[in-house]
Design a protein around this ligand. Structure first.
Ligand SMILES: N[C@@H](CCC(=O)N[C@@H](CS)C(=O)NCC(=O)O)C(=O)O
Length: 212
């Protein structure tokens, strides 16, 4: 498999973690987002949205990190990233979507660029926007966890799931804008537990070949 990605992209980071957790090797192809390589004609052939990540598996080019992770889950079921019964799996998906749909899109590079270029917001205002939405999203995540009857080492239970795969990269992004994590203690505990695992550690941005 081949992964088109960018070291600092949190959506790419999710797929790197999922591949590592499943013990799958892949070739790393960097797409420089700041150099605007995502808009090149060649890349758009495999990524119509001009977004990373893209996973190539044989003749197929897969986009959207959640779809890619579910593809990996179906093609390589062990270890499972969606374990448990219907309730556990619904919780895992809801947590992952809280990050993927309610939090990350508001802070994506193209959204921030639009704020700066079209609305002339300052860097401070842009960071305040970012912090607002990421704190909002992480609090929603924490509140979901609080509603569960029991707590394990990870978001849902004692093994890492798709929820953790989506959570961890968002924390890395949030740190870059001095987010206040004081209202999400359980989230931060889970984050530390994840980062103690080699699959998460190896996927972190600084360890990627294109890290600046
Ligand atoms: N929903 C997509 C989001 C992908 C996405 O937003 N990727 C970002 C990096 S994290 C990107 O390529 N941004 C390029 C840009 O904003 O121009 C997924 O989960 O794969």
């Amino acid at each position: 498999m081949q992964l088109y990605n960018y070291f600092r992209s949190s959506a790419s980071f999710r797929v790197r973690i999922a591949l590592n957790l499943k013990g799958l090797s892949y070739d790393y192809s960097a797409i420089g987002l700041l150099k605007q390589e995502q808009f090149s004609e060649n890349f758009r052939k495999i990524s119509p949205d001009a977004l990373v990540p893209v996973l190539i598996d044989g003749p197929a080019a897969l986009i959207q990190s959640l779809a890619i992770c579910e593809y990996l889950e179906e093609t390589h079921p062990e270890p499972s990233l969606l374990p448990g019964g219907a309730l556990e799996r619904a919780r895992i998906r809801a947590l992952a979507l809280t990050i993927a749909c309610e939090t990350h899109p508001l802070n994506n590079l193209r959204v921030l660029r639009y704020l700066v270029h079209e609305f002339k917001v300052s860097d401070d205002a842009k960071d305040a926007w970012y912090r607002h939405w990421v704190e909002n999203g992480l609090l929603a995540y924490e509140n979901q966890l609080s509603g569960y009857d029991s707590h394990g080492l990870f978001s849902v239970g004692d093994i890492p799931t798709l929820a953790d795969v989506f959570l961890v990269p968002q924390i890395f992004n949030a740190r870059r804008v001095n987010t206040d994590f004081s209202k999400v203690p359980r989230v931060m505990e889970i984050f530390e537990n994840c980062m103690a695992l080699p699959a998460f550690e190896a996927a972190r941005p600084e360890h990627q070949p294109d890290a600046a």
